[in-house]
Design a protein around this ligand. Structure first.
Ligand SMILES: [Zn+2]
Length: 358
């Protein structure tokens, strides 16, 4: 057997070994931190020789490697320790690597131990291996390297306000185009896996083209009611509101007639919601629009209807084409305003501006 005293337990042997190791660690001059790439040489042979009596010795000189202060492995020499640490570190270096270091504080401590306490380099290497997730003393290798990437430069959007349009009126007048840049990052890898990339340089290859969007500056929507009415079409006022003496239609005219060519655009007198769109007896093709204040406008005899019930229309938006459907002797628009939604009044007093002939 290796030990002289057979009663000596494994435990007490381990304890003795630990005491010797601690004695070595207390000599601060022997500690070496390996986080720097080029460790300073250490010479301290004299310190631990005095601690050992020759006659007890199966003990041999060795080097303990500690990781964050915890004894990890023991190898035969400082050279062996440095070589296996170097091997582990180099495993994560590439031609681009600018620096490499262990995240943990690694120290080499000369010590004395029984010969069987000295590990084979391969066994020590396996315990310290960063990929050995089962090992409590597995090291972490941090490397840093520059990485160049070609990346898109997103375009920006410029908004141009249009003074006489409403805020919901937008249009893209020029589409944006992404640019391209060659970006250089300083990338930190942890055991070869990218952890953090810091942009260090950017060279624009193609400038982005900004997108230009126009937007109305007026608050609200163009579909809101303005509370004023514009003439719904162009032409000639052929029949006024009220009592009249003609051969066809009511003797009490409930609206006004504006005559013009078939197909002349008919537009909403104010913004609102279409509440009727279709054939309506003597009115022919007929549209009714309800405005936000409850007022209703009627448009009759149209050749063609361009809106649907429920549709929101803006003031001035075309809703149909002038015609002579229903009870009509010629192409004209019959137009009514019902300010309370029920009672027809003379529209002429409520319409702003002049009736345009064409
Ligand atoms: Zn009429």
């Amino acid at each position: 057997m290796f030990f002289k005293d057979p009663r000596e337990t494994v435990l007490s042997r381990a304890k003795a070994r630990r005491v010797k190791l601690l004695a070595g660690m207390s000599a601060l001059g022997l500690c070496l931190t390996l986080t720097a790439l080029t460790p300073a040489p250490v010479s301290a042979t004299a310190v631990y020789r005095t601690a050992e009596a020759p006659e007890e010795s199966p003990l041999v000189e060795a080097v303990a490697v500690t990781v964050d202060g915890v004894h990890a492995v023991t190898v035969d020499s400082r050279e062996t320790a440095l070589a296996l640490l170097e091997e582990i570190r180099r495993g994560y270096e590439t031609p681009l690597t600018e620096s490499a270091a262990f995240r943990e504080r690694v120290e080499l401590l000369p010590c004395l131990t029984e010969p069987e306490g000295v590990m084979a380099p391969a066994d020590a290497r396996a315990l310290l291996d960063p990929e050995n997730t089962a090992s409590p003393v597995a090291l972490t290798v941090l490397t840093m390297a520059p990485v160049t990437r070609e990346e898109a430069v997103p375009f920006v959007t410029e908004t141009v306000l249009i003074p006489d349009q409403y805020s919901d009126e937008t249009s893209v007048t020029r589409s944006g185009v992404d640019g391209w840049a060659v970006n250089t990052y300083s990338v930190i890898y942890e055991n070869g896996r990218e952890e953090l990339a810091t942009l260090t340089d950017s060279r624009i290859v193609t400038e982005p083209v900004s997108e230009i969007v126009t937007q109305g500056a007026l608050p609200g929507s163009r579909y809101d009611s303005r509370g004023v009415y514009i003439w719904p079409t162009t032409g000639v006022l052929t029949s006024k509101f009220g009592s009249r003496n003609i051969s066809i239609g009511s003797s009490n005219h409930k609206g006004i007639d504006i005559g013009n060519a078939a197909g002349t655009p008919v537009c909403a007198a104010d913004g609102g919601v279409v509440i009727f769109a279709g054939k309506n007896g003597g009115y022919g093709n007929f549209v009714a629009i309800q405005h936000d204040n409850g007022a209703v406008t009627h448009y009759a005899h149209m050749r063609k209807i361009l809106v649907e019930v429920g549709q929101r229309v803006a003031q001035g938006q075309q809703i149909g084409e002038m015609g002579r459907t229903g009870t009509a002797t010629g192409n004209h628009l019959h137009f009514e305003i019902l300010p309370d939604g029920e009672t027809r009044v003379d529209p002429v007093g409520l319409l702003t501006g002049e009736l345009q002939r064409y």
